[in-house]
Design a protein around this ligand. Sequence first.
Ligand SMILES: [Zn+2]
Ligand SMILES: [Zn+2]
Length: 265
Amino acid sequence: MTDIHIHTHFSSDSDESIERYLLAARADGDKTIGFSDHCDLDLMLDGQGGATLDVDGFFRETDDASEKFGDVKILKGAELGYSRKAEPYYVDMLRKYPFDYAIMSVHSVSGRGDCYYPAFFDGLDKRSAYELYLNAVLESVTSAVDFQVLGHLGYVARYAPYADKRLYCGEHASLIDKILEAVIERGAAIELNTRTGAEDRDVITPFDILARYVELGGRRFSFGSDSHKVEHYRTNADAVKSTLRRLGIGHTVRFENRVPVNEYL
Ligand SMILES: [Zn+2]
Ligand SMILES: [Zn+2]
């Protein structure tokens, strides 16, 4: 089960080296690893900070590392922060560069900034905040961007200020169905992201949403620790396996040249 959501010093919020991850992967006996640094054109174009990805530097450094660590295959990904304005740039970037995969993530919605910050929720009740987020996710999964993985579905709840911040599938049923159907139609994967921000949760996406995806015919799940330092590489991998077993799914997928490869548990 390859961890394909990993940040390195090519992300503005990480200073971890590619080499240290590869040493950890080698120590664990892992044969593949996937780096997916941030490209935050959503935030940048809205004047909310963020940074673009130094794609040439990223390819240069991962190519060098591939030569040095021949026993661990490096998959080259990117985590794209979605917004309508950023969409044409991402379409272009994925045409131009041979990324193995792209993770489509919604962090910032309607120019309100990242849902990581309390200001995002100012003046919004839970239902409105979550619908704003889910509508942006729907826009992202029906966009022209050639992505392979829907990143951390349910991210809005991670830092939400509400007493019961859990995102319930039933409260947004038709919107969530539209998102899941679009993901299935494109052949993309739902990510099992283990950076939850909550002690009582193994993966960020609520189980009832994952179960609904399977019910609708979805079978592709990817594993992502979303680690920003090597200590978090493969965090909670066992919990991902038990979640998959509860769902009756016996494999995850990684992507090579944007083609899914099954990895059986
Ligand atoms: Zn993210
Ligand atoms: Zn991430």
